[in-house]
Structure formats: structure tokens, C-alpha cells
Design a protein around this ligand. Structure first.
Ligand code: NAI
Length: 738
């Protein structure tokens, strides 16, 4: 999109990050092009250039209108420069950053509001955070229909709120309820929905974006076209009957109070008070609506400042940086190791996990997949799983029907090994049985070329034991996905002493292309995630045996920030599966990871959890319906429960997971504390606002953690004995994630 004239003008104005060009009709085209970066981000350096551009547009009578777009191939602006936020060390400095950005965008807005020089945002690719706030300050917005184009205010995910006017302009443009939804969830909006809610005024194909934007700018400048209506007037035009009711609520003070009250209730139900950012966002939007724009902007900058330096935002930003680092990590100690191409994937076993792996591989990467099953029913089950995912994507308009059809043909299945000759990587997802895994490994090696990788999705069997049956153990690795594969963000890759580096690099790269955050861990019973989950679930079982109430245990851990409680999780995973894994863990780790042995009675009573609609909870019509009080009798206890303090439950369960994570680092199962934090959060739902087990130790202080563990150890036994590495950090004051 760069033109020679644009570059020349930019040089005249000494612009570093923008191209600038004025056409014969007086329409200035301003293209953002942050130097040295693939993505445009909002930072002070961009703002300096923007000031020069606004000065010029204000003064130059030849310029009648402005179009703002991007010179990058596929992004408008991805948000604020988070590196810049990381460096900020006081709330006052962060608030000042917000005020500066607000002032810059206010000047941009004044070009059309006070000087009648319309400004049209031409959006292709992500317009997120500060990028969307820039577009909101324009007179109108046009975006492309490309699948890369998304609009959103994702600040909440990093523990902050929009700080460049977004909390004020967005509700005025698209209504309070829509704005609350976008800002409090951080969700991305795609072009058709953006058009429907009035966030953009037009959606066009990418090749004509700038042309349409310039035409729109000319028409607005000449008065042929009136600026699109905003807020209520626009919403009334767009609304259907159902939404009209909602709009009536938004229009009067009483209705607004109801709206904010309801939003707050819903929010607290979700966050349980652990996340200050959405609460502040709600407050700032309310202030703007009830007390006016000036008060709203002031509150936005103030709250933004406090949030940037809050421990929650620091934790969430550290997760963000860790995932960025992991994107560049090939999973080996040698960054020069290159992944090999995976031109065809083999999947053995088309059940829940195999079906999921086949689906993400075909849908996200476009890899041809060959599925091997035992019988036709199995093949059909696997293919149907893929088909269902495709249908979901079409229904959600993420995929065109013809593309879904093309993807569907990528996945084929058989009951023999035909089609496996040319596979580069095979993911095995048959039943959790070592002999069976050995058999399919040997059969596969006979069917494929020598260099095909065999990746087992086992959740508990040591990979080296599986590799023992292989003719080429250097090509055997673990790829531990989580269920449901298409939704869960983590992939835990397990390497043995024999796994070749190229095999690791290839699987890491492939996992990333499937859209996963990938950590690589060393082989050992339970790897990392299952190993730290075991003592946590065991501790819940011990407390249950001591008389704790099921709902108290689950509520306490959800209050602590887990998405589900430990007992409900056992029901989800399956009590039979839990019991099997508990046995494996106890065999490997002895008393430290020993369950109280209460599961047998449950299984004898036919309680496997949700899948049998009978477990710790009752299930009605596939829905969880309260604790099944009869379970206590099955456990040989009474319904009379002992009330444990919430804090006690949280500390006992939390500490057991943290201590085991530290042991995994000490044993070399984990390559880094960073991977330990990411694995716990993305794989097990460890509370993100705590930053992961290691960040939490850093925040609390290793010596305090050791003190708490020792206290528990005296009371409950050796299983709480602190890891040596925790003692070390307590002694030296060294941080795990420094
Ligand atoms: P599943 O029972 O849904 O699927 C297993 C499939 O393997 C069945 O469709 C079966 O017909 C097929 N199969 C059995 N023998 C076969 C053979 N010789 N050749 C081809 N196919 C064969 O089991 P699921 O849940 O998909 O688990 C598979 C593996 O993934 C297990 O090792 C499990 O431990 C692991 N895993 C499971 C997770 C879960 O949440 N379900 C999570 C992570 C790992």
C-alpha cells in the first residue's frame, strides 16, 4: 500500500512511523508503519508523529479530510506497546501515559468535531486495544471482510482497562450493553457483527479498502454525505424488536442503574472479586454515563494507572510475555535445530482425543490426516468428530461452507494401515494401556517410513516405557493434549533421554501451528501437569475424609480462582480414571502422593462421575444438580459435615500443588519456572491472576511458603515437607521468575 508520494511527504514532515500523502481532492492518506516491528502498536513514539500530522492537517487549508490506515500487510494496530507498560513503575506515571493518549485522540477527534475535516479509519487486520481506540476517535470506520480483521478491547486480559478513551467513546457509539460486553469480556468482534452493532459503518473487500475510505472521506468533507449517526440514534436504526427493549433501558437514568447493577452482579459471579480490572472498567463506564465525559476520562486515566502496577496486572502481563517467549522456543537447548515439515499426519484412535487432534490439524493447518481405527464404527466416530467441529465453525461464521467441505476431505480413515506409508508424524490416542500402545507402535513402524515420529497422547504412562518397544526410540515422544482438544490451549510435550532434538522441534512447531501454547517437559510419571494435579486432588480427598463438605471444598477453590472445584473435577475426569492415576502416582512417589483410598467404595457403588450420571454430584438431564448427599454414606461417613475455614482449604490444596511444582523444577522435569506457571494455568486452570505456582511463591515470598508448608507438615505429615528448592530460594531470596 506504500506509494512514492506518501513516502516523500512523510520525509518532509520528518515522520518515522507514518506515511503521509495528500491527493488532488485534498484527502490526506495517513498509513501507520511502526519501524522495526511487524505489528503496529500504540506508544509514545507513535503519538509524537500523530501530533505532527494533526498539526499539519489543522493548518493546511488544502487538506479537507483524512483517511487513517496501515502500511502493514495484515494489521491495523494490535494495541498498546505492552513492553512500555511493563517498564512503568508507578500508578502516577501510568495515568500520565493514559492522559497523553487521551489528549492525542481528543485532538484527532477535534479535526472532525471542531474543524469539519472528517477522519475515516480504514481497518484491515486486527484493530485491538489502542488501535480500536484510535479508530473510535475518527468520524467513521470502514473495515475489510478478511478473516484477519478483528476489533476489540482486550485490555482486561492483561489486568488493565482501555486507557485512551475507549471506555467513554465505545458506549456512546454502540450502546452501554454492547460496550460492557466488549470491554468486560475482551472478546474480539468480527466484521459482520461489528457492522450490525454500529462499530463499523461499512465492510468491504481488502483491495478496495483505501479507495472506499477516500471516497467516503471526500463525500463527508463535501457534505454530500452526513456523518453516520452515533449512539442511540444509530442503534435505533440497527435494532431489531428485541434490542429495542434493551435500548429503552439504556436511555433513562433508572434503566441505566439497573443495567450497571446487573452487570456488576454477573461480573462478580464470574470473577469472585479476584480481578479488579473489570470492576474498574464497569465503574469508569458508569461514571462517564452518569457524570459526563470529562469525569469519565479522568476516572479512566486514574484507574488505568492504578491497575497497571497492580499485582494482578503484573501476573497477567507476565503470562503474556511467557507465551510470547514460548512462541520463539523450539523446545530444545539448541535454538538452531530446525523443525522438519509435517506434510501428512497419522492419528491412531479416533475417540475423544484422536478426533480432536485430527480436527485441529486439518482445520488450523490444513494437514491431510489419515485416521486408523479398530472398526468402521471407530472410523465413523473419528470422522464425525471432525465434521462436528467444522459445522460449529460454519455456524459461528468462522468458516465458509465451501472451505469446510474442502477441510472435511483432508481427513480420511481406515481400519488398516493403508495411507500410513507417507505420514511424517503419528499421534497415538488409543486406550490407556501399555501393551496396546506397544502393539500399535510396532505396527505403525512397519507401516511407515523410518523417520516418522510416534507421539503418544498418554496422560500417565512414561514415554520411555512406550519407547522401549520401538526400533527407533529417538523418534518417540509424548504429545499430551487436554480435553476438549479444540478448546484447551496447552500442549505438554514430553521428551525422553533418547528423543532426538529434531523430533522435539518438529512437534513443538506443529503444536504451535495447531494454535497451542507448548511447553516441553522431561519424561517422568505424571510428567508435569498430571503430577501437580495429583497431590492437589488427593488433599481434597483427605479433607473429605476428615469430614469437609464437598460444596465447601469446591466453592473454596473456585473462590481462590480455579474454574472448577477439585471434587467436581474428579466427577468430570471420571472417578475410575482418577483412581487409576492415583495408583500410578502412589507407586512412583510413595506416601507423598497417596490418596486416602476412598475411591474403591465409590466405584463399587457404580459412581464414575458425570459419565455415569452418578458421582459426588447428582446429574439431571446432563446437568450438574447439587451434591449427592448419599455419597457420604457410601464413603462410610455421616451427612453431618465439619466446617473448615475457606482459607484453610485453599492453603492446604494450593500448597500441595505449589510444593509439587517446585519438586518438578528441582527434579528437572520442568525446563523453567516459566513453563511451570504456563502449564498450571493453561492446562489445569490455576488462577491466572496469581501468575502460576512459581509467580505465586515469588509474590508471597519463598520463606513464607516454607513456613506454611512446615506448619502443615507438622500437622498432616511428610507429604507437606517443603521442596529443597523452596528452602534454597527462601535462604537466598532469589526469585523463580525474577
Ligand atoms: P477414547 O476411548 O475416547 O478413544 C480411544 C479410541 O482408540 C477408541 O475409539 C478405540 O476404538 C481406539 N482404538 C483402540 N485400539 C485401537 C487400535 N488398535 N487401533 C486404532 N484405534 C484403536 O479415549 P480418549 O479419551 O480419546 O483417550 C485416548 C488417549 O488419550 C489415552 O491414552 C488417554 O489416557 C489420553 N488422554 C485422554 C484425555 C481425556 O481427557 N480423555 C486427556 C489427555 C490424554
Amino acid at each position: 500500500m506504500k506509494t512514492a508520494a506518501a513516502t516523500e511527504s512523510a520525509a518532509d514532515m520528518k515522520l518515522t512511523h507514518f506515511l503521509f500523502d495528500v491527493d488532488a481532492d485534498g484527502v490526506a492518506t495517513v498509513l501507520m508503519d511502526v519501524q522495526g516491528e511487524k505489528m503496529n502498536t500504540l506508544s509514545t513514539r507513535i503519538q509524537d508523529d500523530l501530533t505532527k500530522i494533526i498539526d499539519r492537517v489543522e493548518k493546511d487549508p488544502e487538506i479537507k479530510a483524512v483517511v487513517i490506515g496501515s502500511a502493514k500487510e495484515d494489521n491495523f494496530m494490535a494495541g498498546a506497546d505492552i513492553e512500555m507498560l511493563k517498564e512503568v513503575d508507578s500508578a502516577a506515571k501510568a495515568s500520565q501515559l493514559a492522559r497523553d493518549a487521551q489528549a492525542g485522540f481528543a485532538r484527532l477527534e477535534s479535526l472532525h468535531k471542531s474543524r469539519s475535516k472528517p477522519v475515516v479509519a480504514a481497518i484491515h487486520g486486527p484493530a485491538l486495544g489502542g488501535g480500536l481506540e484510535l479508530a473510535l476517535a475518527c468520524s467513521s470506520r470502514i473495515c475489510t471482510d478478511d478473516e484477519k480483521t478483528i476489533l476489540g478491547q482486550p485490555e482486561i486480559m492483561l489486568g488493565v482497562i482501555p486507557g485512551a478513551g475507549g471506555t467513554q467513546r465505545l458506549p456512546r457509539l454502540i450502546g452501554i450493553a454492547n460496550a460492557l460486553d466488549m470491554i468486560l469480556t475482551g472478546r474480539n468482534i468480527r466484521p459482520p457483527r461489528a457492522r450490525k452493532m454500529g462499530l463499523v459503518d461499512e465492510v468491504v473487500p481488502e483491495p478496495i479498502l483505501l479507495e472506499v475510505a477516500r471516497k467516503q472521506a471526500r463525500r463527508l468533507a463535501s457534505g454530500v454525505e452526513k456523518p453516520p449517526k452515533r449512539g442511540m440514534a444509530r442503534l435505533r436504526e440497527l435494532a431489531d424488536a428485541q434490542n429495542l427493549q434493551q435500548l429503552a433501558l439504556e436511555e433513562n437514568a433508572v434503566g441505566q442503574r439497573v443495567l450497571f447493577k446487573k452487570a456488576r452482579e454477573q461480573l462478580l459471579k464470574k470473577t469472585r472479586g479476584n480481578y479488579p480490572a473489570p470492576e474498574r472498567a464497569l465503574e469508569v463506564i458508569r461514571i462517564g454515563v452518569q457524570e459526563g465525559l470529562d469525569a469519565g476520562y479522568a476516572a479512566e486515566a486514574d484507574r488505568f494507572g492504578h491497575l497497571v502496577v497492580s499485582p494482578e496486572a503484573q501476573a497477567l502481563m507476565s503470562i503474556f510475555f511467557a507465551t510470547q517467549e514460548l512462541k520463539k522456543d523450539n523446545g530444545t537447548d539448541d535454538p538452531s535445530i530446525e523443525p522438519r515439515p509435517v506434510n501428512k499426519l497419522g492419528v491412531i484412535g479416533g475417540g475423544l482425543m484422536g478426533g480432536g487432534v485430527a480436527a485441529v490439524s486439518a482445520m488450523k493447518i490444513g494437514t491431510p490426516v489419515r485416521l486408523k481405527e479398530v472398526d468402521d464404527v471407530g472410523v465413523v466416530r473419528g470422522l464425525s468428530y471432525v465434521n462436528k467441529q467444522l459445522q460449529n465453525s460454519v455456524r459461528r461464521r468462522r468458516l465458509q461452507p465451501r472451505d469446510a467441505e474442502r477441510t472435511r476431505h483432508l481427513v480420511t480413515g481406515a481400519t488398516d494401515w493403508s495411507g500410513f506409508k507417507s505420514v511424517d508424524l503419528v499421534v497415538e490416542a488409543v486406550f490407556e494401556d501399555l501393551d496396546l500402545k506397544h502393539k500399535v507402535l510396532k505396527d505403525m513402524e512397519n507401516a511407515t517410513g523410518k523417520e516418522a515420529i510416534f507421539a503418544s497422547n498418554t496422560s500417565s504412562l512414561p514415554i520411555s516405557e512406550i519407547a522401549a518397544a520401538s526400533k527407533h526410540p529417538e523418534t518417540v515422544i509424548g504429545m499430551h493434549y487436554f480435553s476438549p482438544v479444540e478448546k484447551m490451549p496447552l500442549l505438554e510435550i514430553i521428551v525422553t533421554d533418547k528423543t532426538a532434538d529434531w523430533v522435539t522441534a518438529t512437534c513443538v512447531e506443529y503444536g504451535k501451528r495447531q494454535g497451542k501454547t507448548v511447553i516441553v517437559v522431561r519424561d517422568g510419571t505424571g510428567f508435569y501437569t498430571s503430577r501437580i494435579l495429583a497431590p492437589y486432588l488427593n488433599e481434597a480427598a483427605w479433607m473429605l475424609a476428615e469430614g469437609a463438605a464437598i460444596e465447601d471444598l469446591d466453592e473454596a477453590m473456585m473462590d481462590w480462582g480455579f474454574p472448577v472445584g477439585p471434587i467436581a473435577l474428579l466427577d468430570e475426569v471420571g472417578i475410575d480414571v482418577g483412581q487409576k492415576v492415583a495408583g500410578i502416582m502412589e507407586k512412583a512417589f510413595g506416601d507423598r502422593i497417596r490418596a486416602p483410598g476412598t475411591m474403591d467404595a465409590l466405584l463399587e457403588d457404580g459412581r464414575k462421575g458425570r459419565k455415569t450420571e452418578k458421582g459426588f454430584y447428582r446429574y439431571e438431564n446432563d446437568k450438574k444438580a447439587g451434591v449427592d448427599e448419599t455419597v457420604y454414606e457410601v464413603l462410610g461417613q455421616t451427612r453431618e459435615r465439619t466446617r473448615f475455614a475457606k482459607e484453610e482449604i485453599q492453603q492446604r490444596l494450593g500448597m500441595s500443588m505449589i510444593n509439587e511444582a517446585a519438586l518438578c523444577l528441582e527434579d528437572g522435569i520442568l525446563r523453567s519456572a516459566r513453563d511451570g506457571d504456563i502449564g498450571a494455568i493453561f492446562g489445569l486452570g490455576f488462577p491466572p491472576f496469581l501468575g502460576g505456582p512459581f509467580s505465586w511463591v515469588d509474590r508471597t515470598g519463598a520463606s513464607e511458603i516454607v513456613r506454611r508448608l512446615e506448619r502443615f507438615s507438622q500437622r498432616y505429615g511428610k507429604r507437606f515437607e517443603p521442596a529443597g528448592i523452596l528452602h534454597e530460594h527462601a535462604g537466598s531470596g532469589k526469585l523463580f521468575r525474577g
